[in-house]
Write a protein of this length. Structure first.
Ligand SMILES: C[S@@+](CC[C@H](N)C(=O)[O-])C[C@H]1O[C@@H](n2cnc3c(N)ncnc32)[C@H](O)[C@@H]1O
Length: 509
């Protein structure tokens, strides 16, 4: 005869935690209520264990003790075990299995056994006994592990798939929470230390109950912390979006909550079905028309881009090294911040700012502020329709090409190539290079912005290389991934010739 038990339980805790604790045999007296001690007798290199378990006295005061051996296999999340000292059993074999489900780990214990012929205990009775104790022990283990998991969780869900999925599904709400904290100035109010909700509500002119609910939600994902006395304090995440410091994410936080962004994302499926921006169904027109009709949105967008664009100016200029060039053109250069900084590094160089009439008109002030206005020619035009300035040693396209799909980007690059002619000039494309593979890269989200709002795209390194090649350029540097970076190009086939620069006749170093 042989008998079998098969029990399982869902534990709402991460796999690693469940696996680690249930296979820490020395710790079993803390995990099971039935064991008084667990003594490790032997441990093999493959992780197999021989150990002695001793129970607490049962209802009749009897203490049981036996030796078992178990072999865990983390690769398959299974454990096989058997009793070495079989006691009343002819044999007792065990198998534990762990399966990751969306809402936790299913832990399954299978016990197969036969009683010794001379045993006083019938197999059916032993099976019932094992089923009963297993259910009790599994429930206790679940309680202990779920509590450990909760205590260990810092902010937000761990690796519980269902919770993580819910968390991700809340992304739109989280973006609104983050933006509200920035817009209401809560992150600035807690900058000097923790405050009560009443104080924060007063300072932000909000409803205290509603504000508390916002703060509680923000605290559940680590943006704020609620102290035991009910006050709320800042965290590094909140610091990241405080205004008034150079690298604040505040402009990006507020941008992400603008109606033209959230509205367009609400129609993401339209873009994915058609490959077209979602602005027509979402906003009633393309984005340019929308900005014309809603000038405050357009101005706020431009301001955000200018603020963010200035973040990494120094690093980008280190890569461009403008001091080696005599005449630098910034095509779609906004109000001229980047060109002005480039010219400050290259005191003998002159510049050309090519922009649409509106931005070109606004550039005068910026160029004057930087004291480079007398060295810059501003050309108002349409870079798709008008010829680009020739006679320059360096052409800059910063955050311009990603606004456009490949065919439009090619038009613009052909136009730059035409303006260069047979000069040995350089083209500097300042853009993101989308990280390969499954790595997190913000550019993968910016790419969706480009899809749903602007009709453009972010590009990976191979895409950039192919695009340049189609337009008569070749990449000459090795740009980094995962950030705004400088892609330096020269006319294809320029080969060993060195780049010309009136300020530095020796060419690029
Ligand atoms: C994303 S902004 C980048 C601005 C600037 N290069 C920077 O990095 O801050 C794109 C710029 O391209 C300009 N632009 C877009 N289409 C244009 C066109 N057809 N002709 C000229 N400029 C254009 C816009 O006015 C805007 O300033």
């Amino acid at each position: 005869m042989a008998a079998r038990t098969d029990n399982q339980i869902l534990i709402n805790a991460p796999m690693e935690l469940v696996w680690e604790h249930t296979n820490d045999v020395a710790g079993w007296p803390d995990l099971f209520t039935e064991y008084a001690s667990a003594q490790i007798l032997d441990r093999d290199e493959d992780g197999s264990l021989t150990f002695r378990l001793t129970t607490h006295p049962d209802a009749q005061g009897r203490v049981w003790s036996w030796v078992s051996r178990r072999t865990p296999d983390p690769a398959t999340r299974t454990v096989t075990a058997h009793r070495v000292e079989t006691g009343v059993f002819e044999y007792m074999n065990l198998r534990w299995e762990y399966h990751q489900e969306a809402s936790g780990v299913v832990m399954r214990w299978i016990q197969e056994f036969a009683m010794k012929a001379d045993s006083q205990i019938r197999e059916d009775d032993m099976r019932d006994h094992l089923n009963n104790t297993t259910v009790v022990q599994m429930a206790h283990i679940k309680k202990v592990l779920e509590s450990l998991s909760r205590d260990g969780a810092e902010y937000g869900p761990g690796d519980l798939h269902a919770e993580r999925l819910l968390y991700l599904t809340c992304g739109m709400r989280l973006a609104a929470v983050v933006a509200a904290l920035a817009e209401l100035g809560i992150v600035d109010l807690v900058a000097d230390g923790p405050h009560t909700v009443a104080y924060l509500a007063n300072g932000s002119r909000t409803n205290p109950d509603a504000l508390y609910r916002l703060l509680r939600c923000a605290a559940s994902v680590g943006i704020m912390t609620e102290l035991p006395d009910g006050r709320f304090e800042s965290t590094p995440l909140a610091e990241g979006m405080r205004g008034g410091h150079a690298y604040s994410l505040r402009p990006l936080v507020l941008y992400s909550a603008r109606p033209f962004v959230t509205g367009s994302y609400a129609e993401l499926v339209h873009s994915v079905r058609t490959g077209e921006p979602a602005t027509a169904p979402a906003l009633g027109s393309g984005i340019e028309r929308y900005f014309e009709d809603n000038p405050e949105e357009g101005t706020s967008y431009e301001r955000t881009m200018t603020e963010l664009g200035r973040w990494e100016t120094e690093r980008h200029l280190d890569a461009v090294r403008p001091e080696r060039f005599g005449r630098i053109a910034d095509i779609g250069g906004g109000q001229g911040h980047f060109l002005a900084e480039a010219l400050r590094r290259a005191p003998n160089a002159s510049g050309v700012l090519f922009e649409r009439p509106g931005a070109a008109a606004a550039a005068g002030e910026v160029l004057a502020e930087h004291d480079v206005a007398n060295r810059v020619t501003t050309v108002a035009g349409d870079f798709f329709a008008d010829p680009l300035p020739d006679g320059c040693d360096a052409y800059i396209l910063k955050a311009v090409l990603h606004d456009h799909p490949d065919d439009r980007a090619e038009e613009l690059l052909h136009s730059v190539r035409k303006a260069i002619g047979d000069r040995d000039a350089r083209l500097f494309v300042v853009e993101q290079v989308v990280a390969a593979g499954n790595r997190w890269d913000h550019a993968k989200f910016l790419d969706l912005d480009m899809l749903v709002i602007f009709g453009g795209r972010e590009r990976g390194l191979d895409e950039w290389r192919r695009l340049f090649a189609r337009c008569g350029f070749e990449l000459v540097n090795r740009p980094g991934e995962g950030h705004w970076t400088v892609l330096e190009c020269r006319p294809a086939g320029a080969g060993a010739q060195s780049g010309a620069g009136a300020a530095d006749p020796g060419g690029p170093r």
